[in-house]
Design a protein around this ligand. Structure first.
Ligand code: DGL
Length: 258
């Protein structure tokens, strides 16, 4: 048993989509969320830079006593998780991977769309999984240009954002995709916009939040790290950004809409 917090890390607000799932599924676990904020977006940065930011964030989380770390960022997982596992061999890390496998196994049309950042789509993990299904399923990929910025600026409901979403999704819809995988943790904040754009097309939008919560629960159990059954969970927020950004993180975490 261990009542220390779980650390959750992302370039900014995106990992809050995972944080919410962790809070819902693991209500006894305290969570310390680290949203970089200062160096966001990570999507076009080099592997070296992303490793450095991830390392700094992980160090900050460990200094505050975190017992396990969820890298709630597909981009940081793709670029830095091996580096983190090597640097901190005694720590359990949970990474984010686009849910390509369930989408490919369940598609009826044989066409799956994957939305992610450029770095995630280049990652070894994604390429390996995608190539495993490539003979049976047509996988269309696209970068959600401007999506991360829209979420960081609380601009999810602006008409310009819907236009950006439509532009990226339309070719996937026209090609007959019936599953669209969200391979970036910022994108679930645009799910309602995507559902509007895909209305009537019978499309399922899939993110990885639930799978990550399940994997986290498993690792806690396997390593005897679960919080006590009567633990009163607390939620804290940290950033490389300023106090205003930290307040915005907190606000976004508890706001109704995702
Ligand atoms: N939320 C992140 C991801 O899952 C990073 C987005 C970014 O910073 O570009 O990929």
């Amino acid at each position: 048993m261990n009542n220390s917090p779980i650390g959750v890390f992302d370039s900014g607000f995106g990992g809050l989509s995972v944080w919410r799932m962790l809070r819902d599924k693991l209500p006894r676990e305290s969570l310390l969320y680290f949203g970089d904020g200062k160096n966001c977006p990570y999507g076009d940065r080099s592997r070296e830079e992303i490793c450095r930011f991830a390392d700094d964030a992980v160090r900050a989380l460990l200094e505050r006593g975190c017992k396990l770390i969820v890298v709630a960022c597909n981009t940081a997982t793709a670029m830095a998780i091996e580096y983190l596992r090597k640097s901190y061999p005694s720590i359990n890390f949970v990474g984010l991977e686009p849910a390509v496998k369930p989408a490919c196994l369940n598609t009826q049309s044989g066409v799956v769309g994957v939305l992610a950042t450029a770095r995630s789509l280049e990652g070894e993990l994604f390429r390996r999984t995608a190539s495993r299904y490539a003979d049976k399923v047509k996988i269309l990929t696209a970068v959600g240009e401007g999506f991360v910025e829209a979420v960081e600026n609380d601009a999810e409901d602006r008409p310009e954002t819907e236009q950006l979403v439509r532009k990226v999704m339309q070719p996937m819809l026209d090609a007959g995709a019936d599953k669209i995988v969200l391979g970036c943790t910022h994108y679930p904040f645009l799910r309602h916009v995507m559902e509007r754009v895909a209305e009537g097309r019978g499309v399922e939008i899939i993110d990885s939040g639930e799978a990550v919560a399940r994997r986290t629960a498993q690792l806690l159990a396997m390593n005897d790290l679960q919080a006590d059954a009567d633990n009163e969970a607390y939620y804290e927020f940290a950033t490389f950004g300023d106090e205003e950004y930290r307040e915005r993180l907190k606000h976004k975490a508890f706001a109704d809409k995702i």
